[in-house]
Design a protein. Structure first.
Ligand SMILES: Nc1ncnc2c1ncn2[C@@H]1O[C@H](COP(=O)(O)OP(=O)(O)O)[C@@H](O)[C@H]1O
Ligand SMILES: [Mg+2]
Length: 291
């Protein structure tokens, strides 16, 4: 039986047993691993952790709304060729020098196996995943301009991430191993926090975490605060020398957690309705600082 590298997590990344298993199954079956989850749940960082843990290079293909599948294979730089034909001293007949491999092409061309992250695939249009099916299956593509075929020397470990609820095409889903990273519960979150802030005072962490999970429960927020915001907020609380006992009532540095004006309004309105006491004034005056 073929032996595969086993992913065992890395010191800077907290991974559940299920996620670790999904990674290892995807590696063994040589299928892309599709990771979904809300922003900040560590999807992008997982790819880095896999590369670190297996001692492999990581190639990142960041997908934008305008990205086309073809760009991941190669682009033919006709503009440069035209320029050279008029002003340069290159031999423009050699088309090869104008073929630039994309991330997928680069990954195929590596001598050793690499980890290829196709990050935020849902940003592109609906056809995008389908346009890559054949290449991801075959790990190979043809360049008509040079009559060359680029074939992976070693099948890369492919990690695909997606943020949105937007569904991906069935044909694409069928070929992937799927894993959903749930938002961490407080216990899991504490482990993640400890990686980033090993020396955090207990009381501060406790108060900040309670406030954080409370804020996430506020109905109708457009962008609920996530792990990365909590990590930044804790940093702000430490640097700001905030007294842990005031965190819940005063919500210091709230702008680090809630980044939309509408969300600050939503929170303020909610608090007005809930509370008739004097703490309402404290909170609203502290909220007013963010406007
Ligand atoms: N499991 C984890 N272990 C350690 N840090 C984490 C973990 N999940 C998230 N983080 C932290 O949260 C930040 C956001 O993670 P990221 O991978 O960018 O999320 P996503 O790609 O899902 O939006 C990371 O930079 C890291 O600091
Ligand atoms: Mg990401």
């Amino acid at each position: 039986m073929a032996k595969y590298d086993m992913y065992n997590g890395s010191s800077d990344y907290i991974v559940s047993d299920e996620l670790r298993n999904s990674v290892n199954i995807a590696i063994a079956l040589q299928k892309p691993l599709l990771i979904k989850g809300e922003p900040g749940t560590g999807k992008t960082m997982l790819a880095q952790s896999i590369a670190d843990s297996l001692g492999k290079n990581l190639l990142i293909w960041n997908i934008k709304s305008t990205t086309k599948a073809q760009e991941g294979l190669y682009v033919y730089d006709t503009v440069q060729r035209l320029y050279d034909s008029q002003f340069g001293d290159h031999d423009v007949a050699d088309i090869k020098q104008y073929i630039k491999l994309g991330k997928l092409g680069e990954a195929f061309n590596y001598e050793e196996q690499v980890v290829l992250l196709i990050d935020e695939i849902d940003k592109a249009d609906l056809e995008f995943p389908n346009d890559l099916l054949w290449e991801l299956d075959q790990m190979s593509f043809y360049i008509p301009e040079t009559k060359e075929t680029v074939t992976a020397k070693n099948r890369p470990i492919v990690i695909v991430t997606s943020n949105a609820e937007k569904e991906l095409p069935d044909a694409f889903l069928r070929r992937c191993i799927f894993h959903y990273i749930a938002f961490p519960d407080p216990e899991g979150m504490e482990k993640i926090i400890r990686v980033h802030h090993p020396k955090l005072e207990k009381k501060l962490l406790e108060q900040a975490m309670e406030t954080f999970y409370m804020l996430r429960e506020v109905p109708h927020l457009q962008k609920r605060p996530s792990t990365s915001e909590l990590i930044d907020w804790l940093q702000a609380l430490v640097v700001g020398g905030i007294n842990p006992n005031t965190i819940k009532s005063e919500l210091p540095f709230l702008g680090v957690l809630l980044k939309k004006n509408e969300d600050l309004d939503t929170l303020l309105n909610g608090l007005y309705k809930k509370s008739q006491t004097q703490s309402r004034t404290v909170i609203s005056s502290s909220l007013n600082r963010y406007r």
